[in-house]
Design a protein around this ligand. Structure first.
Ligand SMILES: Cc1cc2nc3c(=O)[nH]c(=O)nc-3n(C[C@H](O)[C@H](O)[C@H](O)COP(=O)(O)OP(=O)(O)OC[C@H]3O[C@@H](n4cnc5c(N)ncnc54)[C@H](O)[C@@H]3O)c2cc1C
Length: 398
């Protein structure tokens, strides 16, 4: 590798961009992280970080996971219920007897995750209020343009989210589309949270509700409704407590305990078709810009974290001129995995959102017949991921 300083420009300071900037800076890259907002803003409430995401964060900085762990831990989440309260399936998520330090998912608040990742990015790397307007891919380097400045780069990371402007440079064919349902989510702070014994997700017909107790005594809840339901309002005027008024305890109580201005409403979108490639020359797609998926597996941000670690690994030994030759390996490592998970999430979402009474009854019957440990295995399958070992300039594994 040449001794010349390598320059990376990362576009977007969400989970993916922050993690990529941190991982590249740790490897000695000079990093510029350009974010259009005037401050780092964690949009959303809670986030499940599965063991694969925890391994990715630990690969960048092991102590960062301890900071998240100190925040809260999800011990009691995976159970599926019917609106009348009957359990369809219950899984014990307590740690298996294994040497692996990462066996249980963590439920974190988004601001906490952003704080932890931001602390791993060198202060001088972060440029807020800078909207990227384009990228020129020159033969020797790229140039990333904002309204009033240009940033030369050996590597450009497009971590600019589901509506990525830079994605068209990589695959103009990719589109966003609606998943056919709306979500609401909120955090109830400890002081106003009702007591909650265990977390669960409840599947009705075209609607779902999930709630997870946080270790700080607060609660994270989320709810969905199919667009096809006549009570859906495109203008956001649905009566959310009314939609779940006859559901089992504690659903109505949680909705009542949440001031309406604390509820975040999102019409779910996904990328479809997914990009045919994640790389072009020195430009790579990362996170939702590459593979925005429905939240049904709780893996979108987890995959962005995996992307960041694998990207840093594939370019670790590359000199500035060698970056375009190194990047196809990132495409190989990331595209098949994330495409598979995006398909799985979409399918799970369709099953969870079934509206047809017969279809929903059949679904519930089948779920109650599946042994809990098989259900648990299929849920945790994506979480067994481990970071790829880096290959040195000689091809030796480090
Ligand atoms: C309801 C819901 C629940 C979810 N739950 C989970 C969960 O439990 N677990 C999980 O892992 N995932 C979950 N996800 C998915 C997760 O939120 C996303 O996958 C993740 O936040 C994507 O991060 P990102 O960094 O790729 O993109 P984003 O978070 O969208 O960040 C993109 C950033 O780029 C900036 N930007 C955009 N354009 C420009 C530009 N031109 N110039 C400069 N900056 C720009 C934006 O301002 C933004 O800060 C959920 C999603 C939803 C909708």
């Amino acid at each position: 590798m040449s001794t010349q300083q390598r320059r990376a420009v990362v576009v977007g300071a969400g989970v993916g961009g922050l993690a990529a900037a941190a991982a590249l800076a740790r490897d000695g890259w000079q990093v510029d992280l350009l974010e259009r907002r005037p401050r780092i803003q964690a949009v959303g409430a809670g986030l499940s970080l599965w063991p694969n995401a925890l391994r990715a964060i630990a690969a960048v900085e092991p102590t960062a996971v301890d900071r998240l762990r100190g925040h809260n831990e999800l011990q009691d989440m995976v159970g599926l219920r019917r609106p009348d309260g009957r359990w369809l399936s219950r899984v014990d998520p307590s740690p298996a007897d294994t040497a692996d330090a990462f066996t249980i998912p963590l439920m974190v608040t988004r601001p906490k995750l952003y704080d932890v990742l931001r602390d791993l990015v060198p202060g001088e790397a972060l440029h807020l209020g800078r909207t990227v307007t384009g990228v020129d891919l020159g033969p020797a380097a790229a140039v990333v343009r904002t309204d009033d400045e240009e940033f030369p780069a050996d590597l450009v990371v497009a971590a600019d989210g589901i509506h990525s402007r830079l994605r068209t440079l990589v695959d103009p064919r990719t589109r966003t589309r609606g998943a056919g349902y709306v979500t609401w989510r909120a955090l109830i702070p400890p002081e106003s949270a009702p007591a909650l014994q265990s977390g669960s997700e409840t599947w009705g017909r075209g609607q779902r509700f999930g709630c997870i107790p946080l270790a700080n005594g607060g609660i994270y809840w989320y709810a969905t409704l199919a667009h096809a339901d006549p009570r859906y309002r495109a203008d956001g005027s649905e009566d959310v407590p009314g939609l779940f008024a006859d559901w089992h305890d504690p659903v109505p109580r949680l909705l009542e305990a949440t001031p309406p201005d604390r509820i975040i409403r999102t019409d779910i979108e996904l990328l479809w078709p997914l990009p045919r490639t994640f790389v072009r020359d020195r430009l790579v797609l990362l996170g939702d810009a590459a593979h925005a998926m429905t939240p049904d597996l709780g893996q979108g941000a987890c995959q962005a974290l995996e992307d960041a670690v694998e990207l840093a690994t594939v370019v670790r030994a590359a000199g500035p001129g060698e970056v375009p030759a190194a990047l196809p390996e990132y495409d190989r490592l990331r595209r098949a995995r994330t495409t598979g998970l995006a398909k799985q999430a979409r399918l799970l979402g369709k099953i969870g959102q079934l509206r047809n009474p017969l279809g929903a009854r059949l679904r519930d019957r089948l779920i109650s017949l599946v042994p809990a440990n098989s259900a648990s295995r299929s849920l945790t399958f994506p979480t067994t991921w481990e970071p790829t070992e880096s290959t040195g300039p000689t091809g030796a594994r480090s």
